[in-house]
Design a binder for this molecule. Structure first.
Ligand code: FE2
Length: 166
């Protein structure tokens, strides 16, 4: 236990190689809003983008030393993936349909992270998820239905932890 409580992950900084291309993807395909874009001189470009009212949820940065190469080719992308939550299954299915219509390749899923999807995966959170990539190959996930684990309770709960061995 720390001496303070952190509320949530606030925003994620993403390295991109072509700001115009990435803003088109995040704003026109994923529906984020551009709060502002600022040049940082020799440090490249930065842009704040948001889902709702927060000033920013994602910040895009261009890399001063690698202005033209895709992250996936040069391997400096340290992000494993960024997951973004959608409030309902209905909205999540809309997102899946909408992105497919826009030609976004779904790399993995749709799937359920839990025993509902794969019986061996009792430890999963129950999210419905699918995965795709931004123009630089950063792995993105859209999900809904993550279960709660309140007040330090164990997970999986003892009442059903052995369900697949019965
Ligand atoms: Fe995830």
């Amino acid at each position: 236990m720390g001496g303070f409580t952190i509320s949530r992950v606030g925003h994620v900084g993403v390295q991109v190689t072509d700001m115009d291309r990435s803003l088109d993807f995040y704003c026109n395909k994923l529906g984020l809003t551009l709060t502002g874009r600022w040049p940082r001189g020799e440090m490249g470009d930065m842009a704040f983008i948001r889902f709702g009212e927060m000033h920013h949820d994602i910040v895009l940065f261009t890399h001063p030393d690698h202005p033209q190469s895709d992250n996936r080719k040069i391997g400096y992308n340290a992000l494993q993936h960024i997951a973004m939550e959608i409030d309902s299954r209905d909205e999540w299915l809309k997102a899946l349909y909408d992105l497919k219509q826009k030609g976004v390749e779904i790399v993995s899923g749709p799937l359920v992270h839990g025993a509902e999807g794969d019986p061996r995966n009792i430890g999963g959170s129950g999210t419905r998820s699918f995965y795709f990539e931004d123009p630089d190959g950063n792995s993105l996930e859209l999900y809904c239905d993550m279960m709660r684990v309140p007040n330090g309770e164990p997970f999986p709960r003892p009442e059903y932890a052995d369900v697949w061995t019965l």
